[in-house]
Design a protein around this ligand. Sequence first.
Ligand code: AP5
Ligand code: MG
Length: 212
Amino acid sequence: MKLILIGCPGAGKGTQAKVLSKRFDIAHISTGDLLREQVKAETPLGLKLKSIMESGGLVSDEIVSELLKQRITQADCEKGYILDGYPRNVSQAEGLSAIVGELDKVVVIDVPDEAIIERMSGRRSCQGCGAMYHVKFNPPKADGVCDSCGGALIQRSDDNSETVKHRLDVFHSQTAPVIDFYDKSGIVLKIDGNRPIDEVSAEIIKELEKIS
Ligand code: AP5
Ligand code: MG
């Protein structure tokens, strides 16, 4: 199964992709995570990416599509994958079928902008395994410590309110048109993401079970 998850910053793409990846035994590919790995490793590419990502702008199509092409050759992608954060503009969407072939579903997680600032300021992610938490909506058992691996929980450098507002603008101007791009193909599944995490997961799983 090949899926795309589309949603604004903080819509819950990463949170839901982790659940879906386990349920359907397919790989979770977050282009944001792939880019952050480069920044963390301080590769020559990572040094270029750091300021773009901290400003909340988009990285160039060429860089991101190259990372995606490399990632889907890995063994865990054989049964399929969930693309979280790609495509991010219409030009990436136009080039996608040449990279991955036919898609099964485009899942759009819809959350109003007003709910996002609170979600982002409370988000914490594990430096070790990437697990995602929220201080209020999905807290870890012990403050600042990952339930799964014991790693330290950190805040992302692009989660301050000014950058989040810019990321929301970029979403509305560049990524929302991608939903229209796929609408014609009849594979778009729109989900109300402004509900508890488990409810959102249950609805997406119920719909995907119909095609798996
Ligand atoms: P990326 O990492 O993709 O960031 P994003 O799209 O801004 O989305 P987030 O990861 O911030 O949010 P999410 O939807 O995954 O939400 P989460 O599940 O964490 O991209 C970062 C940057 O990389 C971009 O700005 C750009 O520079 C670059 N980039 C990436 N892809 C690119 C591309 N294709 N082209 C060009 N540039 C690219 O949830 C958020 C919080 O809310 C968590 O704390 C979670 O616990 C909580 N939460 C989740 N669901 C719920 C719920 N239902 N109720 C309450 N709380 C919830
Ligand atoms: Mg994410």
